[in-house]
Design a binder for this molecule. Sequence first.
Ligand SMILES: Cc1cc2nc3c(=O)[nH]c(=O)nc-3n(C[C@H](O)[C@H](O)[C@H](O)COP(=O)(O)OP(=O)(O)OC[C@H]3O[C@@H](n4cnc5c(N)ncnc54)[C@H](O)[C@@H]3O)c2cc1C
Length: 167
Amino acid sequence: MPSERQFRDTLGRFASGVTVVTAADADEAQGMTATAFTSLSLDPMLVLVCVRRYAWFHDLVLRAGGFAVTVLAARQREVSTWFASPRPAGYAQFTPWRWQRAPGSGAPLLDGGLAHVDCQLADAMPGGDHTVLVGRVTHLAVPAPDADPLVWFRGAYAGLEPVAVTG
Ligand SMILES: Cc1cc2nc3c(=O)[nH]c(=O)nc-3n(C[C@H](O)[C@H](O)[C@H](O)COP(=O)(O)OP(=O)(O)OC[C@H]3O[C@@H](n4cnc5c(N)ncnc54)[C@H](O)[C@@H]3O)c2cc1C
């Protein structure tokens, strides 16, 4: 069997964008940095995010029945670190940041993000120590179409580098 170190080193070669996924109900809101986010289906429009079973966000999203996704820009590294670290509970964790409510789920969408996706929870499937949350997309927005993305590669933040195009 491969070790956990080998798993992390190998899968860490798969570069990804960085998101903050959020959920809210009448009393509480919760955000969490997540790279395990991807589009799943075009018809119907579905996305998925894989969330550790014991994360606070996990239980709230199941109660709330929806979630929102902010795709982070390169200049939002601090936002990513904040939502991946110990922080105040509930709405207080959003106080340092400017945000607005997503139109469908009511979950916080962070200002300064490249893209916003709002979802109804369509399915929740067990995946080892994580749960695969499937969201049916209800609203989309691209508030910063030309901004560069924050990138996660080999366990560290990175940016995009220009690639020489041939032919
Ligand atoms: C680049 C990157 C990518 C990541 N990608 C993923 C991913 O795809 N999937 C994934 O599952 N994880 C991912 N993580 C890890 C994840 O972001 C962190 O584990 C994050 O802290 C989880 O947040 P959480 O609040 O849901 O859970 P926890 O880490 O369990 O809780 C964090 C904080 O929540 C507060 N809190 C919230 N509600 C309450 C309450 N009711 N009572 C008391 N305290 C409360 C506490 O203050 C605590 O400090 C990633 C991390 C990084 C850095």
